[in-house]
Design a protein around this ligand. Structure first.
Ligand SMILES: Cc1cc2nc3c(=O)[nH]c(=O)nc-3n(C[C@H](O)[C@H](O)[C@H](O)COP(=O)(O)O)c2cc1C
Ligand code: SF4
Length: 433
């Protein structure tokens, strides 16, 4: 399947981050249409629902359905929050969107804000995204000057103020409730749901949180029509999305493809195949939180939410990490475990303690001092974390452990047994002595 150039066409247009260039390429016509034709919020929400656009930050919840949860009779402010934290390892698509098509995101923001009658919008951007932050800031000023943001947008009487807030480097602040706490000035700690942010979110007011890419598809859905968008993908997974391919491929990068495209096509055609003619060993399909796939699974699966769920994995953030035959799977899992242990916020005992135990066991195995028992201990700890925590970081830490050990058990046993042999022989020589 060829790439579709909906968002990614702006990656190829020079100066596409400037308002003039964006408008020369049809920019702001969807927002203008919605405003000047006086679309009711329900019309916007139903159009997005019909497009089957799903949340592209990780969880895949249908965007229009989420917007419909905001209470219509609420008196007082409602907020739209853009999740631009993009910290999931292996994920880098939102950065491309913000740097190359900031006005596309802002246009999506305008339409989404109108659908829930939000007058204030907060963009929570990853602190390290210095360039994207400046590009966005300038784009907001350009849009305000043109009358597309600020007071009386497009002369309609509606007002939308966009604020940017930079994160301070905590992965957990990408989780929506932690993000809201951080935005309010508190420690970035996740909260139990319900209540969901759509009902009680920022400053306890109804709040919709969407990912950068999700919102950037909204003008395209309005412009091209929901049927066109839904028709690109497969049933229940509408449209296309940006796949960020990294690892051992010849052409790593961001590729926009219809949902349902075979993964083998993404890897072998668009990303140029495995480097140096080597063979594929494993793929993490959507950021390190997603269960790993063997080469055989990766060669067969299609890139949509349901196909990956059928093989007990996830499409997540579509950060596709490709590993060739030279990859040491034990070292990879060790790195992943250390990441989640470091990033756990520490509120829940299973996550705080369990991620640390798993990281330490993995470090011991990698250093050659592991034991056979370690593998069962790891699986045990993972099973006690999964489903027993406030937020999904616990599951994100547990799922890689389970899938790596299950699918590459031989490799783990070989490494762990090296430690058992060393331990046994050193015990023997101690007795002999
Ligand atoms: C630990 C953790 C980290 C997350 N990090 C991000 C992130 O960096 N960006 C993002 O858009 N969503 C992230 N999410 C998902 C958000 O909680 C939320 O589902 C998303 O922003 C909703 O937007 P969407 O419906 O458009 O996907 C994270 C979730 C968890 C549990
Ligand atoms: S699961 Fe981990 S990161 Fe999430 S709230 Fe609990 S301790 Fe914090």
């Amino acid at each position: 399947m060829p790439q579709v150039k909906l968002i990614s066409r702006f990656f190829e247009i020079e100066n596409s981050h400037r308002l003039r260039v964006y408008e020369e390429n049809g920019g702001y016509s969807a927002a203008r249409k919605v405003v000047t034709e006086n679309w009711e919020p329900d019309k916007i929400i139903n159009t997005v629902k019909a497009s089957n656009l799903r949340g592209l930050g990780g969880a895949g919840f249908p965007a229009g359905v989420k917007w419909g949860f905001v209470p219509k009779d609420h008196e007082g402010p409602k907020y739209l929050v853009v999740n631009a934290d993009e910290s999931e390892p292996g994920t880098f698509k939102d950065r491309h969107v913000m740097i190359n098509a900031p006005h596309l995101l802002l246009e999506g923001v305008i339409i989404a804000a109108l659908s829930i009658a939000a007058k204030d919008v907060y963009i929570y951007i990853r602190g390290e995204y210095w360039e994207a932050y400046h590009v966005l800031e300038r784009a907001i000023k350009e849009a305000e000057k043109a009358g597309y943001l600020g007071k009386n947008i497009f002369g309609s009487g509606h007002s939308i103020k966009v604020h940017i807030h930079r994160g301070a480097g905590a992965y957990i602040c990408g989780e929506e409730t932690a993000l809201l706490s951080s935005l309010e000035g508190f420690k970035g700690w996740p909260k139990l749901k319900p209540p969901f942010p759509a009902v009680k979110g920022l400053f306890s007011m109804p709040t919709i949180i969407n990912n950068v890419e999700t919102l950037s598809y909204v003008p395209i859905v309005i412009e091209k029509g929901p049927e066109y968008f839904a028709g690109l993908g497969v049933e229940r997974s509408g449209g296309a999305r940006l796949f960020g391919v990294s690892g051992h491929v010849n052409r790593p990068g961001v590729y926009e493809l219809p949902l349902g495209t075979p993964m083998r096509e993404l890897i072998h055609e668009h990303a140029g195949g495995i480097r140096e003619g080597r063979s594929l060993k494993a793929v993490i399909p959507g950021g390190t939180s997603c269960p790993v796939l063997t080469a055989e699974e990766a060669e067969k699966v299609n890139l949509d939410f349901d196909s990956l769920a059928e093989i007990d994995s996830m499409l997540g953030s579509a950060g596709v990490i490709v590993m060739d035959e030279t990859t040491d799977m034990v070292k990879v899992l060790c790195r992943i475990c250390k990441f989640y242990s470091f990033e756990s916020c520490g509120q829940c005992t299973p996550c705080r303690e369990g991620t640390g135990w798993m990281a330490r066991i993995m470090e011991r195995i990698v250093s050659g001092n592991g034991h056979y028992q370690d593998l069962d201990d790891l699986l045990d700890i993972a099973s006690m974390i999964g489903g027993n925590t406030i937020c999904p970081l616990g599951d994100a830490a547990a799922l890689p452990v389970t899938s790596f050990i299950k699918k590459f058990r031989d490799e783990f046993e070989a490494k762990a047994s090296a430690g058992s042999i060393t331990a046994a022989s050193s015990r023997l020589s101690a007795e002999e002595l």
